[in-house]
Design a binder for this molecule. Structure first.
Ligand SMILES: [Zn+2]
Length: 351
């Protein structure tokens, strides 16, 4: 086989550090110990429900990173994320849930908020009947759907949005990054974020204005935009960094996030599981290529979004990284380094 001009068919450079921006190893706790034998350097572990927040904490305590400096990271690190997505079937008042999340975040300075988000297709599953409960797969962390039938009951988008905004405000207050999920709700996710940053937009100068202020040198401009984004005047009402995980909106829909006035650092991550319908090793569809080419290099992340740790998670990461490198015409080493740098910028913020 002839290798492509950018060397994409060569051996995979795991040694440069491959970072999963979104995954769910705590869905199957019996596989969590496999994290230490994985080739990926770091997993960003999401919580998805009340039942798994403590499991994410436990996993982070065992395998988590203890500082933002890669020199201090063990071989098998992970970052925990806390998510409370839809508390509707749960009798815990949202205020209690939110204050628990606050406590978790305060106790774990490297934790992100996630995953949180909006899902228009969401329907509440039927309650477990004792017979079914008795035969369920006990290796799965409780709280998932596990094939239960869905009721016709939905959760109003306006209600979901309100819950999402309060979670985003908590992340804003604590200065944490957020992994955001949107299912058939890309406009509404944008709207939720926009309502938070409104009034705090970066000042974007026209060419004429720049000239007037003597800022026509592009390096000065970059400096200027950065200082506007980072601003030193205390906490902002919007989270500093967000990742639109397994982004499934259209490329043209995504373009609204490219507005330089947006004061949030926005990242988009992609997975074989969601973005390519699990079609491992199959040809990359044209729409996906278009999507990846729409996302600027510094905003791209990769993820597995997989529910179990181990070789399969590594395989998914390698698949998505190879595809993205091919589309972006990056060599594998170049691409892995670029994506690793982006992951660090998302999780820790730009140094
Ligand atoms: Zn997820």
């Amino acid at each position: 086989m002839v290798s492509s001009s950018n060397g994409n068919d060569g051996p995979f450079p795991w040694h440069l550090g491959v970072y999963d921006a979104h995954c769910h190893p705590t869905d199957i706790m019996s596989n969590v110990s496999k994290i230490q034998n994985m080739k990926a350097r770091c997993l960003t572990v999401m919580a998805t429900r009340g039942e798994d927040q403590d499991l994410v904490i436990k996993t982070a305590a065992q395998y988590g990173i203890k500082s933002g400096s890669p020199d201090d990271w063990p071989r098998e690190e992970c970052i925990e994320d806390l998510r409370i997505f839809n508390a509707l079937p749960d009798p815990t008042p949202f205020s209690v849930f939110l204050s628990q999340t606050r406590k978790h975040l305060e106790e774990h300075p490297y934790a992100l908020l996630g995953e949180v988000g909006l899902d228009r297709s969401f329907r509440i599953p039927e309650a477990w009947v004792p017979d079914l409960w008795a035969t369920r797969n006990s290796t799965l962390t409780p709280g998932g759907r596990e094939g239960r039938r869905l009721t016709p009951f939905r959760c109003q988008p306006a209600h979901q949005k309100e819950i999402l905004k309060r979670q985003l405000q908590l992340a804003a207050e604590l200065g944490r990054a957020v992994s955001v999920h949107g299912v058939q709700a890309h406009g509404l996710v944008y709207e939720s974020l926009h309502e938070l940053w409104k009034g705090y937009e970066n000042e974007v100068l026209s060419k004429r204005e720049k000239k007037k202020r003597g800022k026509d040198d592009p390096s000065v401009e970059a400096e200027y935009d950065k200082s506007a984004k980072e601003g030193s005047s205390g906490p902002k009402p919007y989270p500093p960094r967000i990742c639109l995980h397994s982004y499934s909106g259209s490329a043209s829909n995504f373009k609204q996030y490219l507005n330089p006035a947006i004061p949030i650092y926005v990242f988009a991550s992609f997975s074989t599981a969601i973005n390519l319908g699990d079609a491992l090793d199959e040809e990359t569809p044209a729409e996906f290529e278009e999507m990846i080419n729409t996302v600027p290099d510094e905003m791209l992340l990769v993820e597995s979004d997989l529910h179990t740790a181990g070789d399969e998670m590594d395989r998914r990461l390698e698949d998505i990284v190879r595809r993205i490198c091919k589309i972006k015409q990056w060599g594998l080493e170049e691409g892995v380094e670029r994506l690793g740098k982006n992951w660090k910028a998302f999780v820790f913020g730009d140094p």
